[in-house]
Write a protein that binds this ligand. Sequence first.
Ligand code: FES
Length: 164
Amino acid sequence: MTASDQSNQALSEIIESHTKDRGSLIPLLQETQAKLGYISRDAMQAISDFLEIPRVEVWGVATFYNQFRLTPLGKHHTVVCMGTACHLAGGKLILEALERELDIKAGETSEDGNFSLERVACIGCCMLAPVAMIGDRIFPRMTPFKAEEALIPYKQGDDKDAEH
Ligand code: FES
């Protein structure tokens, strides 16, 4: 079974577990993203067909809420905490530095598929604010300069070293 078949099967299972009314739209999008990592065009079409609402309506809801991604995650998924403590400690500057350095905006994936960037709510280590994560690794007390520096091994493909 190809990855695409598996995605289609997962999507069918999600859709079949819902009732055919508009109130199912957001739960369908949430479950699709939780299972597939993002909301693909095919998923939007399938949800639109199932709910019998225009695809543009599904797209409108998916783009309205920050929680939904319309592109797959990159190999190195990078998140910046924008919870209260991190926001007050300069989280926005960290996000801007990463956006500049990766040449993508929050919610996007780089063209080569190596990086995706996202802003998230508190990740539970406020004492270390501002915090970012690349993959599973936490980067505490970030500065814009440290953010740029942290990316270097990942960009060079030396991310095994970066894990330690
Ligand atoms: S607010 Fe960023 S870790 Fe809690």
